[in-house]
Design a protein around this ligand. Structure first.
Ligand code: URA
Length: 301
């Protein structure tokens, strides 16, 4: 028997509905959650798809919210953190076949993100290029090869990190995303960050660095530091956690390093900031070398 929400739950759901509206989502569907199971558990067990198939759906409006159990449909942060892959799938589902900005017109695939949902390090680029658009995965072209080499130089594998972009559709002619495109798509990146909760974010290039830090400095000024970072999430976002902060390091975009390989040693110094912060072992040649002469070459192209 459906019950009307108590005041606190109603406010939480109203905030969530407003959050979806801000993202351009106006139709929400109620799905019954099996008794004794939280929303997050239902998702994590992939029950939701089965439930949706078996149960009639009803349009949910802000004024007529009912649930099977009070607060049963409010996703708890604990559920999200318990099953990060499921929480990322939920974000992907919410993006859907997105037409929120003009980048949808030229895209082949939405490039959501890839990697370990529990990664300690998250790399953030600008937006997909032609190869990524074709394959639906970030950093799979030449710049991606170099990024892989940078990751390997750190003594870890691509599969050990999480990789995302500020925008999820390819900008025409590989131009930088425009402010309205970053503003529309960026909240999804903030949510991905809030789910993965990496210990360090590496912003690749000026677009990612400026978007994440809200800064207007040059990349040269932004790199070489370790920043405190808190994802900027709308009120009501299920991943929102006022206590969560992480670190952010800025480095050159791999595509730029392909054009100017002399900067690789600078990028390598940036990656060493990350490694030192995380207590990762330095590759032998670094540990043995004079710190003044660290890495003359940087990662291989
Ligand atoms: N450049 C980016 O910024 N992101 C990608 O995914 C590929 C190239």
């Amino acid at each position: 028997m459906a019950k009307v929400l108590d005041e606190q739950s109603r406010r939480a759901v109203a905030a969530r509905v407003q959050y979806y509206r801000d993202l351009g989502i106006f139709e929400l569907y109620k799905r019954e959650i099996p008794e004794g199971m939280s929303f997050g558990q239902a998702i994590s067990r992939e029950e939701l798809a089965r439930v949706a198939e078996e149960s009639p759906v009803a349009v949910l409006t802000q004024d007529q919210v009912t649930v099977a159990e009070p607060a049963g449909e409010v996703v708890q942060l604990a559920d999200i953190l318990n099953d990060k892959p499921a929480a990322l799938r939920v974000i992907r589902e919410e993006i859907g076949d997105c037409t929120r900005c003009k980048l949808c017109e030229g895209r082949t695939n939405i490039v959501f993100g890839v990697g370990d949902a529990h990664a300690r390090i998250m790399f953030v680029g600008e937006g997909p290029g032609a190869d990524e658009d074709a394959q639906g995965e970030p950093f799979v072209g030449r710049a991606g090869q170099l990024l892989n080499n940078m990751i390997t130089a750190m003594g870890i594998r691509r599969e050990d990190v999480y990789i995302g972009n500020v925008v999820k559709c390819r900008p025409p002619k590989n131009r930088a995303p425009e402010p309205d495109e970053s503003a529309t798509c960026g909240p999804f990146l903030m949510r991905q960050i809030s789910v993965v909760r990496p210990e360090v974010i590496v912003a690749l290039g000026a677009t990612a660095a400026k978007f994440l830090l809200g800064a207007s400095d040059s990349l040269g000024n932004l790199r070489g530091h370790i920043y405190d970072f808190r994802p900027d999430l709308p009120q009501g976002a299920p991943e929102r956690d006022p206590d969560f902060t992480t670190k952010l390091v800025v480095t050159y975009h791999p595509a730029y390093l392909l054009r100017d390989p002399r900067q690789k040693k600078e990028a390598w110094l940036d990656l060493q900031i990350v490694m030192k912060y995380l207590g990762m072992p330095m590759p032998k040649r670094e540990a043995e070398s004079n710190p003044e002469r660290r890495s003359e070459r940087g990662p291989e192209a």
